[in-house]
Design a protein around this ligand. Structure first.
Ligand SMILES: Nc1ncnc2c1ncn2[C@@H]1O[C@H](COP(=O)(O)OP(=O)(O)OP(=O)(O)O)[C@@H](O)[C@H]1O
Ligand SMILES: [Mg+2]
Length: 305
């Protein structure tokens, strides 16, 4: 697969990085907004929420592409029910795969069959050629992400949704590569997760108006026995952190086993269970994201530059 094979193992020069970042800007020039889904901690539901929000936006007529930026552990293709190996390569460019509802997808999952798995080690730039015995396909994560964004033919779109790997460092890096990106943060209700999310808000807030809001996921479950919504884990202070940082807490989503089940099946919860509380909340969340992206003064500025 060209994009990963051709990565330069040498130290990337300042000018080549600038060139690549210009390329990313031009590839995203006809995209109204880029929204990254991030989290300080793993497994909070970013990817599962993203595919359903993408579906809700597509159903409302928006043109959406998804970039699975969790390069080492991509999950969007199976959640969309998209078979791998459907990228079209055109010279130096990647034509994103097309999934259900016309959703476009760029993912490291599309390595051709039979390729050894690639891994993307977590350093900014690789400065040395891998020594004997090193994994043959280990590349710099940031370099790989720059290439992925800079080679994809996004074309005119309303939104590009970026699914980040967990961790504040990935939020920092994405905003470095795409400074105009907006950020949605997902968190568990627990105190530990809420506190880590506050730190992530701090990173996002270095870019004025970047943080759209936070979402508390798995905030209670419907008890079959008593028919009440009960806490799933100790309630923490996400609402307090959000308030203190001036970031909206957009939704508190319940735990719903059907949500996990639809993700495993590669179908959309919002289509299978549109009348459930969570189905309605996800649609409302999609609308809030759409609105926040629209009202971003930085987007207009970057589109005209
Ligand atoms: N509200 C929910 N109710 C039930 N299951 C959920 C809910 N939210 C997420 N899940 C399930 O939890 C699991 C983890 O979700 P997901 O992979 O989206 O998390 P993530 O934040 O993207 O993880 P990672 O940080 O590893 O990328 C999945 O099986 C998903 O279907
Ligand atoms: Mg994920």
């Amino acid at each position: 697969m060209r994009i990963f094979r051709e990565l330069d193992f040498g130290q990337a020069s300042e000018s080549s990085i600038l060139e690549e970042e210009n390329r990313i800007r031009s590839k995203l020039a006809a995209v109204r907004a880029v929204v990254a889904f991030g989290s300080a901690r793993g497994g909070v539901g970013k990817s599962a929420l993203l595919v359903n929000i993408a579906a809700a936006l597509a159903l409302s007529g928006r043109k959406i592409a998804i970039v699975d930026a969790d390069l080492n552990s991509p999950s969007i293709a199976p959640m969309l029910g998209v078979k791998t190996g459907r990228h079209a390569f055109m010279g130096d460019e990647i034509e994103p795969a097309t999934g259900p509802l016309g959703l476009r997808l760029v993912s490291s999952d599309f390595l051709p069959q039979g390729e050894p798995p690639a891994s993307f080690i977590d350093i900014d730039e690789i400065s040395t050629v891998p020594q004997n015995g090193a994994h043959p396909n280990e590349f710099g994560y940031l370099a790989a992400l720059r290439r992925l964004l800079g080679q994809s033919r996004f074309g005119p779109l309303d939104l590009v949704l970026v699914d980040l790997a967990p961790g504040i460092e990935h939020i920092y890096r994405l905003l470095k590569i795409v400074p105009r990106a907006k950020l949605l943060l997902a968190s568990h209700p627990s105190e530990l997760s809420a506190r880590a999310t506050r730190a992530a808000i701090g990173v996002g807030a270095q870019h004025p108006d970047a943080v759209i809001g936070v979402v508390e996921n798995m905030a209670g479950f419907n008890c079959d026995g008593c028919h009440r919504v009960r806490p799933l884990m100790p309630y923490g202070s996400l609402a307090m952190h959000a308030r203190e940082t001036g970031v909206p807490l957009l939704e508190r989503l319940p735990f719903d086993p059907r949500f996990a089940e639809t993700c495993e099946r590669g179908v959309f919860f919002i289509r299978e269970y549109p009348q459930t509380p969570m189905g309605k909340q996800l649609v409302a969340l999609a609308q809030a994201i759409d609105k926040a992206a629209e009202s971003d003064p930085r987007v207009a500025a970057s589109a005209s530059s």
